[in-house]
Write a protein that binds this ligand. Structure first.
Ligand code: M3P
Ligand code: FE
Length: 310
């Protein structure tokens, strides 16, 4: 595939209040696999169909929320290229040596106008997706796909101010497309912006919030729409707090369910959505159809969905 530059969301680092409760949620219920617990007590997870060592890092702290997120890039040269371009635009760029983040090559880190720490890295150890690389077949051994049957990490939604500037950086520097946007029907101000570096409807999104560095949700891909119902059944069985029950987004057209981890961080599992290409026109929603944009099966906006962030 002719893909160079930023490839995908590769890692999200969240704070949790209690690691034991977090393990019950992310490992036992969601079915992510623990690949490492490091000396500092951080726990690293991957989804079954990912090759890289981890996609989620949890750290115990006094308040929930996001420490940083990281995109994987196609090759090492991209890191220097992007560091130069970021510096040209006035961003302070921190260089992180290989190995500081376990099983990872060197990284660069900078802070977005929305207040979020973002990292780029080109290398992370690949430990495999439980299938051989030669004649892989389609199903790993029994017991590997468990819990919510999550295939992989997919995207995240971040809350903060100056979302137009953050989106501009992704478009102009990182080559992302603005796939969709939600604007105020009167002022036309941006309320949410959806950005794609792939054929997915979004890889990252921003929602306008007064406070910088807020976390709305991290989302994981399921194989089928029925798997959303299966996840919802488990969420009910184990009394996991639900934010919004099974529905379909107008934005991105994904079938979705939102729920909270024991620390109040929002998670999403979803399936489907349209295919985005670089020549797909940007879609615009406005607040006169906020319900349809967010939850298209009942056209009803949810107060908590718009206001609860960590
Ligand atoms: C998603 C998604 C908003 C819609 C969010 C959509 C904030 O999270 O996965 O499609 O309106
Ligand atoms: Fe989402």
């Amino acid at each position: 595939m002719a893909m160079r530059g930023l490839l995908r969301l590769g890692e999200v680092a969240l704070r949790v209040l209690d690691m034991k409760a977090a393990l019950e949620h992310y490992d036992k219920r969601m079915g992510l696999q623990v690949t490492l617990t490091d000396d500092s007590g951080r726990v690293y997870f991957k989804a079954w169909d990912e090759h890289d060592h981890h996609c989620l890092v949890l750290r115990e702290a006094d308040a929930p929320g996001i420490d940083y997120f990281a995109f994987k890039v196609s090759d090492d040269a991209v890191l220097d290229e992007m560091a130069l371009k970021l510096r040209d635009r006035g961003y302070a760029v921190k260089h992180i040596e290989a190995g500081v983040h376990p099983r990872s090559g060197r990284r660069i880190e900078f802070t977005l106008p929305s207040g979020h720490a973002m990292q780029l890295y080109a290398h992370k150890d690949q430990i495999g997706n439980h299938l051989p690389l030669r004649n892989p077949g389609v199903l790993p051994d029994e017991g590997v796909i468990r819990g919510f049957r999550i295939n992989r990490i997919d995207h995240l939604l971040l809350g903060g101010p100056r979302i137009d500037e953050s989106a501009q950086l992704f478009r102009e520097l990182f080559g992302f497309d603005l796939s969709e946007r939600l604007i105020d029907a009167d002022s036309e101000a941006s309320l949410a912006l959806f950005l794609s570096c792939s054929t997915k409807p979004h890889d990252v999104a921003f929602v306008l919030q007064p406070e910088p560095g807020r976390f709305h949700h991290v989302s994981f891909l399921l194989e089928s729409t029925y798997d959303v119902i299966h996840a919802a059944d488990m969420i009910g069985k184990y009394r996991i707090p639900v934010d919004v029950g099974p529905n379909r987004h107008g934005v991105t057209r994904g079938a979705t369910i939102y729920f909270f981890d024991p620390s109040g961080n929002r998670n999403e599992v979803f399936s489907g959505g349209y295919v985005h290409y670089p020549d797909t026109p940007t879609l615009t929603w406005d607040t006169s159809e906020l319900g349809k944009a967010t939850f298209s099966q009942d056209n009803t906006p949810r107060e908590s969905f718009l206001t609860v962030l960590t």
